[in-house]
Design a protein around this ligand. Structure first.
Ligand code: AMO
Length: 430
């Protein structure tokens, strides 16, 4: 077993014997003596190997060493380990590494890096993306647990789509046709009605979208929540704004090293402007001469709008509210105050939609009428609507795309960089 990690060595008294295990990151062979960088999940440390040990190291070998921690002003962090014993735990079997991972930025293109994902992930800067991502999900759970939310795990093999008929992967399920869940939408609402009141789920979602873009994946991780007894969709936006503030504070403490690697300074406080979609479309037309389709803002529009919001409100985020009913799924609560609109919203962050949310229809008869109005067969949704016959509380929720949030926090250009093992139209391996 491993007791000490590289990052722990800084705090250990000079002259102490340490045992470390990790990978050979870099080798400077000076003949009589070699300076080697040893890497583990917490960092990189210089180790000094005398030729008398008679070992032939190669990059990425997995090794264990025993040695003395000593000060050396010339070494990174001012410390190194003088090796007394070295064992090779994992040999290497390559002619040439697919690309160098010890020279700062990887020079290979993204597709090549993804072809060899287990190698590119060894580069500390790439691995840092996933430390941040893990903390984003962790903070989501922490924030919600402190507010009486319960974590649930809902099925990903489902009988009917939630977000409209298209974009679903089909699965042979014995003698039936099933689908991969586009979202836990129905189940999160059902669980709220079953008495959980407040639930969240961090799980995979599947979209058979024919989009091979910088912002689409065919499998992504969704940070979902649903909450009962709300007054309106603004409470849901308050909750999300609270999470973003909690998250940024948390990342500043927990991911200081990772944020530094990406040169990211997160704001101290986030206050998110809330603008009805129609007003945002007006701004785009007036300020940028950009026309939008009737019910939406396209990718370019999202970017321009964020530029405007940044200049006017100094915010990287904006909530777009009051989406037209024609653009929202059948579970969305209509807004009776503004004809044709709904109590739903999107959250745009640095020019990219990262969230959809809103209040849902909780009245059984209204929901059935809406399902029928949208041209669906109500009997196919009985498994979902049944609960609504037995007293459904007013409720709402939202979902954040984990990879999109990670990507925007770290300033990455392509969503695939924020997916551990991305699935897109052209990629099913590794
Ligand atoms: P929506 O379909 O807008 O809403 O999805 C919610 C969020 O999930 C992320 N997302 C994606 N990320 C990567 N690749 C994709 N192909 C992809 N599709 C969606 C985005 C998006 O904002 N049930 C509703 C949520 C709700 O109302 O609670 C839903 O799924 O960040």
């Amino acid at each position: 077993m491993k007791d000490i990690y590289v990052a722990d060595v800084v705090g250990i008294e000079d002259g102490t014997e340490v045992e470390l295990k990790g990978w050979v990151h870099k080798i400077y062979d000076l003949g009589k003596i070699s300076f080697v960088k040893l890497r583990d999940k917490t960092g990189i440390i210089q180790i000094v190997i005398d030729e008398s040990l008679n070992v032939k190291l190669r990059l990425e070998m997995c090794i264990e060493i025993k040695g003395k921690k000593v000060k050396n002003e010339k070494a990174p962090e001012g410390i190194e380990v003088q090796v007394e014993e070295l064992n090779i735990l994992g040999k290497t079997y390559y002619d040439k590494l697919p690309f160098a991972i010890n020279a700062g930025k990887i020079k290979a293109g993204l597709e090549t890096q993804l072809d060899h994902r287990t190698i590119s992930l060894r580069a500390p800067k790439i691995a840092a993306v996933f430390s941040v991502q893990e903390k984003i999900a962790y903070a989501f759970k922490d924030y919600l647990r402190a507010r009486k939310f319960t974590e649930v795990y809902t099925p990903k093999i489902i009988a009917a789509g939630t977000e409209g008929g298209s974009e679903m992967f089909t699965v042979d399920y014995f003698e039936h046709r099933a689908f991969l869940a586009q979202s836990p939408q129905f189940y999160k609402q059902m669980m709220v009605g079953s008495g959980f009141e407040r639930i969240f789920e961090v799980g995979h979602a599947y979209r058979a979208e024919l989009h091979n873009t910088y912002r689409h994946l065919n499998e992504y991780v969704s940070l979902d929540l649903e909450m009962a007894f709300i007054e309106d969709e603004f409470e849901i936006m308050d909750l999300e704004e609270g999470y973003i503030n909690y998250l940024f504070k948390y990342l500043k403490i927990e991911c200081e090293r990772e944020l530094k690697l990406y040169d990211i300074v997160l704001p101290e406080k986030v206050e998110i402007p809330r603008i009805p979609l129609a007003e945002a479309q007006g701004i785009l037309l007036e300020v940028y001469g950009k026309r939008s389709s009737k019910a939406d803002i396209d990718g370019e529009g999202e970017k321009l709008l964020c530029q405007y919001i940044k200049e006017k409100y100094n915010s990287d985020f904006v909530f777009l509210t009051k989406y037209p009913a024609s653009k929202r799924p059948m579970y969305t609560m209509p807004d009776d105050k503004v004809a044709g609109t709904t109590k739903s919203f999107d959250l745009i962050y640095k020019g990219l939609e990262i969230t959809t949310g809103g209040q849902r229809i909780h009245d059984y008869e209204k929901l059935i009428a809406n399902i029928a109005r949208m041209g669906f067969k109500t009997e196919e949704f009985e498994f979902y609507t049944e609960n609504f016959r037995y007293g459904m509380p007013p409720h709402g929720g939202f979902a954040i795309g984990l990879e999109r949030l990670t990507m925007k926090i770290l300033g990455l250009e392509n969503i695939r960089e924020a997916a551990l093992l991305p699935r897109d139209m052209k990629r099913m391996t590794p």
